[in-house]
Design a protein around this ligand. Sequence first.
Ligand SMILES: [Mg+2]
Length: 378
Amino acid sequence: MKIQQLITHAFRMPPSVPWEDATNKVDGLEFIVVEIHTNTGLVGTGLSYTVDIGGTVIKTLIDDYLQNLVIGMEALNYEEIWNKLQRQSRRLGLGVNSMAIAAIDIAIWDLMGKYYKQPLYKLLGGARNQIPAYISEINLSTSDTLEKLLDRVDSYIGQGYSTVKIKIGKDDIDEDIERITKVQERLGKSGKVLVDLNQKWSAAEALYKGSKLDGLQLGWIEEPILYSDIQGHANLKKAIRTPIALGESMYSRHQFLEYLKADAVDIVQADVAFVAGITEWHKIAHLANAFGKPVAPHYMMELSLQLLCGVQNSFMLENVVGGSFTELGLLEVPIVVKNGIGIPSDLPGHGIVFNKEKLASYELDSASVQKTFVGGSK
Ligand SMILES: [Mg+2]
């Protein structure tokens, strides 16, 4: 099965509900979708994304450079393809090129599923056929009240969720504690609360504030401090009993290995789009397994569902409020979490079938982004 052509588009759209955390306010989600056409007639769909910035750069990297490298290659040789792309782009560092490689790599795995007539999770190991999911809140805006938060939590309970992640990182830790404990009361004894700092705390602040949260029986504290501070995370992990989750700001198995060797992480949250696709994500999941750590990938619900069902050490599926392709209205066939459980599509490949007409209405327009982009970092 030879690769004949790549067709790449980039799209930009607002999240379907307001998104704001302790360090960032999100105006636009940017998706990059690659179709890989082959001489068999099979077409694989790959995807990648960025939060607010860089979608046009990723598309240009694929169009101007990467696609020429893979045209003519055997589509089933995913290692050969991935390594060629990585070696050729390595001087760009890690980041934009990882996201571009991801879009191609995910299309290759979709093609493999279609060629072998198997859903992705079975190609990856078929460790299970369902996975528990948690609902992931992104609303730390000053206009959001505790009452509004609790109303939303009630609706999540009504949808069958018992685990809820909320953003924290208010200046006053007691305000965070109040929000956490009220949500816990709503969820009851069988519920679990996870919290996400988005790297808000300094290392010293994390030791102090983390210890104040330590008696609350939280499921995890996510990205408490700057992603690159491995020693800071190791110190915090030694000081508290609450598990530490992180990984959405890392781009390669080598970065995860450093965290694992330093015993600085409990739950590995590699994002398939940021770590250059399924080929690398699968290795990270196995690496985590070797250190006895579970994986709970960041975002990309419909694809993460397939990944989690492929590997033995899977933990939970993240369903970000308003952020799944299904909730954004982009899919021909919705993929939904029912009663807090994700069940992967059994279609060959990853099973993500975009509604092309709907996607086209969000085509990323460089000229208008240049005029309007302001960014939401705090
Ligand atoms: Mg996070």
